[in-house]
Design a protein around this ligand. Structure first.
Ligand code: SAM
Length: 288
């Protein structure tokens, strides 16, 4: 039995998220769309063909059009013509969610300006996968995409983000990881927490959580391969003292549960919820 349904898709453009590693990380709806769209378009047609093969989806006589950053302006008129003729077009980038550090933005805007439908088949996305396992606050975060390859621009970017209070997320090439960590340590300070998520959902998945200084030391003599997401803890609120935090938690506990008190104080001061929850438990049980 196949994993997808035979359905009639409405005309429009479908942005389909595809796996960032493990081929089975694809939604059933994404398979339905890939199996039934009139036309398929992909950043890398070989990658999409392989994915279709794995999931038993036949291309049959449908067109599979290559669409990436370098041929976008030439290919858009062709894709737009299909839409104007009432066809359904499914677009997948090489991995993860289209438009997220991947092509699709200009296509989307032209499709919208012509009044055609756009639908998302959401799914894997490296930044979200990384954020959910990093152990850093998830209630507020900033995604930079790829860092500039130029060293001084990278430093400038870090300086710009130094006092951002939420978690920072960067895509980075493995070969620049050492340099980037060194610079991050210098700009954010060695005690700032960082997380390196490498090869998520793949066989050699590796997640390192530590201070930027320790991470920098850990990777400095290693030749790193694969795909990497770097996360850096936010600046938090350096002006608030532990005693003040404790007072806020005590005040909150007068009219809220431990969980809600921790939630409220952590949110108010952008502090890790887990730490404040532990503190609230201690205070509640009378410990120190
Ligand atoms: N559109 C994709 C998404 O939704 O995340 C991102 C594509 S971007 C061209 C590729 C970058 O995403 C990689 O250089 C890496 O920073 C990150 N990435 C993609 N897959 C990853 C994985 N399995 N593990 C860690 N990082 C990954």
């Amino acid at each position: 039995m196949s994993n997808y349904k035979s359905i009639k898709l409405s005309p429009g453009l479908y942005f389909v998220s595809t796996p960032i590693g493990s081929a089975r990380d694809i939604t059933l709806r994404a398979l339905d769309i890939l199996a039934n769209a009139d036309v398929l378009a992909a950043e890398d047609t070989r990658t999409l063909k392989k994915l279709l093969e794995i999931h038993g989806i036949k291309l049959k006589n449908r067109s599979l059009i290559s669409y990436h950053d370098y041929n976008g302006s030439k290919r858009r008129p062709k894709l737009l013509a299909y839409l104007e003729n009432g066809k359904s077009v499914a677009y997948a980038s090489e991995a993860g969610t289209p438009l997220i550090a991947d092509p699709g933005f200009s296509l989307l805007n032209e499709v919208l300006s012509l009044g055609n439908n756009v639908t998302s088949a959401p799914g894997p996305c490296a930044l979200i996968a990384a954020l959910t396992v990093a152990g850093l606050p998830t209630d507020r975060f900033y995604f930079e995409g790829f860092l500039p390859s130029n060293k001084s621009q990278r430093e400038l970017k870090f300086r710009e983000l130094k006092s951002y209070p939420g978690t920072l997320i960067f895509y980075e090439s493995a070969k620049r990881l050492n340099d980037t960590l060194e610079k991050a340590t210098e700009v954010f300070g060695g005690n700032r927490q960082g997380v390196i998520c490498r090869e998520l959902t793949k066989k050699f998945e590796d997640i390192q959580r530590s201070s930027l200084k320790k991470l920098s030391e850990f990777y400095c003599d290693k030749k790193i391969k694969g795909e990497v997401v770097i996360l850096v803890a936010g600046a938090g609120n350096p002006d608030i003292h532990q005693s003040e935090i404790e007072q806020h938690v005590k005040d909150a506990l007068k009219f809220m549960s431990v969980k809600d008190s921790a939630e409220a104080v952590a949110l108010a001061f952008n502090l890790p919820r887990r730490d404040i929850y532990q503190l609230a438990l201690q205070i509640k049980s009378g410990g120190d």
